[in-house]
Ligand binder design. Structure first.
Ligand SMILES: Nc1ncnc2c1ncn2[C@@H]1O[C@H](COP(=O)(O)OP(=O)(O)OP(=O)(O)O)[C@@H](O)[C@H]1O
Ligand SMILES: [Mg+2]
Length: 284
């Protein structure tokens, strides 16, 4: 692609949430700290953010930091019935030969949590895309998980991760028994204008690219066009690098970014400018 032209070791703006590229904006650092604390305290925690804001990457960074003290289970696609959900949890936290029926699974999960506790370890369950959970009954399973206690200690910390509509949904009083147990919550904002040049420079550095490859006004335009949403930023930055290469320029300037944005309609699945402008951070 563009790596050879500019002298990158690898691509700087891939779509995958790779923790090597983690950029700690102030908000991101705060989120990470709060969630880490919640996990240590074995709390139920909630993390929301717009599509592409960096939620999944944040969970990876969290897992890297909790280390060996916790058995970590991840449910990445929670479009599951309550029983399927419980089976997924059992498999994730290391229950051997999980049974079929929910009652048995419950007992097995509890036994496993007690076993971990005896080893001086806790469990952390991360439920990504939690806004996709189809039934309230599945949330009820999550609530029941948080009931597993020994003396006055919780045996498992659960982190629910999802798009903002998850928060909307949980506000309904039918979820009160669950939401009253939430010990920490964070809404991940988009990157601000000052963060974007640092974000770009950071990813370029990790990918072994040349310092200053994005000129200051290019970074500013990228912020405006992306609303500071990292995934959109990554797509636009990649396109701008390609545009710069096509023009034979060693650095990417505002002109390249503008050219890319003008063609947005053809760059499926990039959002159109009007949609992007609706992100709150775009107006900062
Ligand atoms: N703080 C950050 N540092 C480095 N890269 C980031 C950061 N935040 C997001 N990204 C990058 O942005 C892209 C989207 O991140 P991620 O997949 O974590 O978003 P998401 O909020 O989980 O999106 P979705 O709502 O679609 O699940 C990834 O390529 C990720 O590496
Ligand atoms: Mg995600």
């Amino acid at each position: 692609m563009y790596e050879g032209f500019y002298g990158f070791r690898e691509r700087a703006f891939r779509k995958t949430p790779d923790p090597r590229f983690l950029f700690l904006s102030e908000a991101y650092e705060e989120a990470l700290e709060q969630l880490l604390f919640a996990v240590e305290e074995m709390e139920l925690a909630l993390l929301t953010g717009e599509v592409g804001a960096g939620k999944t990457l944040l969970t990876r960074a969290l897992v890297d930091r909790v280390g060996e003290r916790h058995e970590v289970g991840m449910v990445l696609n929670p479009r599951l019935s309550p029983r399927q959900f419980l089976a997924a949890v059992a498999a994730e936290i290391g229950v051997t030969s999980p049974k079929f029926h929910a009652v048995d699974l419950h007992a097995q999960v509890q036994d496993r949590l007690v076993e971990l506790d005896e080893q001086g370890r806790g469990a952390l369950l991360i439920v990504d895309e939690a806004h996709l959970i189809p039934e309230r009954a599945t949330f009820e399973e999550i609530r029941l998980l948080t009931n597993f206690q020994l003396d006055d200690r919780n045996l498992i910390s659960v982190l629910l991760v999802g798009q903002p509509e998850l928060r909307q949904r949980l506000r309904h009083k039918a979820y009160r028994a669950l939401t009253q147990r939430i010990g920490a919550q964070f809404h991940l904002p988009a990157l601000g204008a000052a963060d974007v040049p640092r974000y770009l420079a950071h990813r370029v550095r990790v990918a072994g690219g040349p310092e200053g490859v994005f000129e200051a006004d290019a970074a500013q335009r990228l912020h405006e066009a992306s609303g500071g949403v990292p995934r959109v930023l990554n797509q636009l930055a990649t396109q701008a690098l390609i545009e710069g290469m096509a023009r034979g320029r060693a650095r990417v300037g505002a002109a390249e970014v503008d050219a890319v944005c003008e063609n947005l309609d053809f760059l499926d699945p990039l959002p159109r400018r009007a949609d992007v402008a609706a992100f709150p951070a775009a107006r900062r």
